[in-house]
Design a binder for this molecule. Structure first.
Ligand code: SER
Length: 883
């Protein structure tokens, strides 16, 4: 059975049990400050478990793209070293939201594994939660009794809180779980040691395949457990492990989920993957190949979900994974040029059917990865130069150890892992200060922990209205009540988050900034400084809480900001449509920011947008503005209907079953933002910049309405000022051109005159140069600028031997010095004009430098020039009277 068939069978099995099949949520998480990436199938249902969102389908099943590289669930270090952990993996899951519970969940998992997939029952073990006195929780007798229907008791093992009490993070839904483990060892080995003794013991052949979580609690910020309003089931089966079991392999990487990728790496590196050969040299190759085969999936899926590698947050995590893959290629497989991007089409071929975003975005993913790889190779090379230099210096100083902070710099700036630095150091017979390195690493971790520090208190409930209605599409004022609030500390600043029964405040989303404004009651006004969404809750930020939280408030949105933002948002839609019309339908939105001042729109396109194209795009948007197109808004439209209308969806965006569609004539988009009622309200649209954001991604910034008017007015004013300066010529362009031509002619004339001047002075100077101790010496002041001094010195150098000249001058309140020493003297006396000029420049409050035979300096104290000349003479004498 192929991996694709196995996935399909899972979904069909649960469909047969009345489960709704839903698509995977994006892997990159928006709207949840506690999570960067989806790390479990249940993330997208968190609010349903907590009772914050209504239950649409009581039973759901799907396959979810997960990434476990940060936070509570982080498997990165195991990946590739073992054969069954991954950064990105698929989690097959079935859910019950207040519907069935332990009995059915256990029965169906057994049925699917043993009757549909026909897994050998004698190889299966299960664990149940043994209870936890400190949490006041009993053993999960119910699960134990259910399992007894299918397995003998010696196969039902007790599991600790660590393994059998599943928690999403430090806070949030949680509950006891029961895991199903598979023993893949040979019969001979199984006869020797029972699989029961190897469950949860990191044996690569006895592995967990499925986790059934019984969600009953919410872990609060103070650490206590609170009973959830209903009981739910959340199961997660590692798809890659299941495929391995069903295909009878010893390693996930031997299944058809990974084998095409491994084959590609073999052909790129010219090396072979030998799963069963664990000799040291081959194991290095095996691990390298596994890491790369794993990481290319995480990287490609993230980019497809709209997360580009970058320097911060989720983007930084992706950049580090990409660099990790490159490093393994470089270090373990000896691949010395960008290669990862060449694996994307293999992945798309293999997984594009189940995840169409891979095919649709293939070209972009390749481009982004290639660019990242190229720049990282440059960094690696610079790192290699740096480490060589460090080692050479240490060798010269006869030191034995590379200091910890240098090892850390190589790690942090150049992406060198410790063992690579160690290896290179060895070549120079050096050791590394590992302890010092770890200390630096810890310091950095603390720094970044502090920077992103968010402390959240528990909610204080004021009333139990649990549906928070957004009324902001129709109103910017409303009468509202507080439902709950909590204190948060973000980067050490205390703020409050408020949730109301209904709200006119738009929460940041779809690129549009959150509303600001105030709420008012009993003569007290509390300002709302921002509004954001956290999962499905609309959270209002304020610096204070109302004295009487029970009061009824008048909520007022900052109307001016709202209107201007709406103009920019509608303009963004018109821009999107025009970009596709002018540049082509490969243009996909890759990010946007809309506030009251401007709009920013990032999109996929592979070359610079030309001036003509920009003009055409701008004109098209302005035509649509002038065409008075009315807003057609469809709320709660079934998503299929929206698609039929031709509405544009974004990759990496999570849409519900019903969507809002915003239509302005032919521009149709899924969108939750606020818009004008008629395009004419935008007034005017002006693009103010076009630039590159990353490989294959361009950015346009634009302004609208009176901001665009002001832009043109300022330009007009500037032209008027230029006109005035030029005394109102008939043809302004010609007048400026004439000035440019005249200016360059004048410059040429000045050059000629300047040369004349130098020539004349040269005649005088030559007469003054006196041979002294066999050297032609002169130190004097001239009426020349720095460049002329240099010209003069160079001309003299070509005409006379054995020169030692020091020229100084004062020009526009500044002092100049030039020192020329003929090459033969430089050599003979081992002199450097730079050193001499530096010494002389002290007298003029200045500094300078240059070559051994000529150097110059400038300074702010022309009064010191006399002293410079005296000093020059003294230096000359000291040098040339010594012997
Ligand atoms: N939430 C559980 C897990 O991630 C089961 O889906 O393992």
């Amino acid at each position: 059975m192929t991996a694709n068939q196995i996935r399909q069978q899972f979904l069909e099995f649960f469909k047969g049990k009345q489960h709704e099949i839903v698509p995977s949520a994006p892997m990159v998480v928006k709207n949840d400050p506690t999570l960067m990436f989806t790390n479990a199938g249940m993330n997208q249902f968190k609010d349903i478990f907590l009772g914050n969102s209504p239950v649409k389908y009581p039973r759901i099943a799907n396959t979810q793209k997960c990434l476990r590289v940060s936070g509570k669930h982080n498997d990165l270090e195991e990946v590739g070293v073992d054969t069954y952990h991954h950064t990105m993996f698929e989690m097959l899951g079935n859910w019950s939201f207040g519907d069935y519970f332990k009995k059915e969940a256990i029965a169906w998992s057994w049925e699917l594994l043993t009757e549909v997939y026909k897994i050998d029952k004698s190889r299966l073990y299960v664990t149940v939660f043994e209870g936890s006195p400190e949490e006041g929780l009993e053993k999960d007798h119910e699960a134990f009794n259910e399992w007894k229907k299918y397995l003998s008791e010696d196969r039902i093992l007790n599991g600790s809180k660590k393994d059998n009490f599943w928690e999403m993070g430090d806070t949030g839904p949680c509950g006891p779980c029961t895991e199903i483990h598979y023993d893949g060892r040979s019969d001979e080995e199984r006869a020797k040691i029972s699989g029961a003794d190897l469950v949860n013991k990191d044996n690569p052949q006895v592995i967990e395949i499925w986790n059934n979580v019984f969600m009953e609690f919410n872990r609060k910020a103070d650490g206590s457990l609170e009973k959830l309003p209903a009981q739910h089931v959340d199961t997660g089966m590692g798809f890659e492990r299941l495929v391995r079991v069903l295909q009878g392999k010893q390693s996930n990487y031997d299944t058809d989920v990974f084998s095409p990728l491994i084959e590609k790496i073999e052909s790129l590196s010219g090396l072979r993957y030998k799963s069963n050969d664990t000799h040291k040299q081959q194991e290095i190759i095996n691990i390298g190949m596994r890491v790369i085969a794993d990481h290319i999936r995480a990287i490609s899926f993230s980019i497809a979900d709209g997360q580009l590698p970058s320097n911060t947050g989720a983007g930084y995590v992706i950049r580090r994974i990409l660099r990790r893959a490159v490093r393994y290629g470089y270090q373990s497989l000896g691949i010395k040029e960008p290669f990862l991007h060449r694996m994307v089409h293999v992945l798309a071929n293999q997984m594009g059917h189940a995840f169409p975003e891979l095919n649709a975005q293939k070209q972009l993913i390749e481009k982004v990865i290639k660019e990242e790889e190229q720049s990282f190779y440059r960094t690696l090379e610079n790192g290699l130069k740096r480490i060589d230099q460090v080692c050479i210096d240490l060798n010269a100083k006869k030191q034995k150890t590379i200091p910890g902070d240098v090892v850390f710099e190589l790690y942090d700036t150049f992406g060198f892992p410790l063992d690579l630095t160690q290896l290179i150091a060895k070549g120079y017979e050096l050791q590394i200060d590992e302890q010092g390195f770890r200390k630096n690493l810890e310091l950095q971790k603390n720094r970044s922990r502090k920077a992103g520090n968010i402390e959240t208190d528990d909610w204080i409930i004021i009333s139990d209205d649990d549906v928070e209605e957004f009324v902001g599409y129709d109103f910017t004022k409303a009468t509202i009540n507080l439902v709950k609030y909590r204190k948060v500390k973000i980067k050490n600043k205390e703020q409050y988050q408020l949730v109301f029964n209904l709200t006119p405040f738009y929460p940041e989303g779809g690129g549009q900034v959150g509303d600001t404004g105030y709420i008012e009651a009993e003569g007290e006004r509390i300002y709302i400084t921002d509004t954001k969404k956290e999962n499905n809750l609309i959270i209002h930020f304020s610096d204070a809480i109302p004295t009487n939280p029970q009061a009824t408030f008048n909520a007022v949105v900052n109307h001016h900001k709202r209107i201007y933002t709406a103009r920019n948002h509608t303009a963004t839609h018109l821009l999107h449509e025009s970009l596709r019309a002018v540049l082509g339908t490969h243009v996909e939105q890759k990010g946007s920011l809309v506030d009251e001042n401007y709009l920013r729109f990032d999109f996929s396109h592979f070359s610079k947008v030309s001036e003509e194209e920009l003009k055409a795009i701008e004109n098209m948007v302005n035509e649509k503005i002038r065409a008075n197109i009315l807003l057609e808004e469809y709320r709660n439209l079934p998503i299929e209907k929206g698609k039929e209308m031709g509405a544009m969806a974004l990759f990496g965006e999570k849409y519900g079953d019903t969507v809002r569609v915003i239509k302005f004539g032919t521009s149709i988009e899924f969108c939750g933002g606020t818009h004008v009622k008629n395009t004419a309200e935008i007034g005017r649209f002006k693009i103010i910049s076009e630039s590159a954001v990353a490989a294959g991604i361009r950015r346009i910034e634009a302004i609208t309405s009176d901001k665009a008017d002001s832009y043109y007015q300022e330009k007009e004013f500037l032209i008027k000022e230029i006109n005035d300066l030029l005394k109102n010529p008939k043809d302004i362009k010609k007048a400026i051109n004439d000035i440019i031509t005249e200016n360059s002619q004048l410059k040429k004339q000045i050059e000629i005159l300047s040369r004349e001047k130098v020539k004349n002075i040269k005649q005088e100077v030559i007469k003054e140069i006196k041979p002294l101790n066999g050297i032609n010496f002169l130190a004097r002041k001239l009426d020349l600028d720095a460049q002329q001094i240099k010209d003069l010195a160079f001309q003299l150098k070509n005409e006379m031997p054995n020169l030692f000249l020091v020229f100084v001058s004062e020009q526009a309140g500044k002092a100049n010095i030039g020192v020329l020493i003929s090459e033969e003297i430089v050599k003979d006396k081992n002199l450097h004009a730079g050193n001499i000029v530096k010494e002389l420049a002290k007298e003029i409050n200045g500094g300078g430098g240059g070559q051994a035979f000529y150097a110059s300096a400038g300074g702010t104290n022309p009064q010191g020039l006399e002293q410079v000349l005296l000093k020059a003479e003294n230096i000359f004498k000291t040098i040339f009277t010594k012997n």
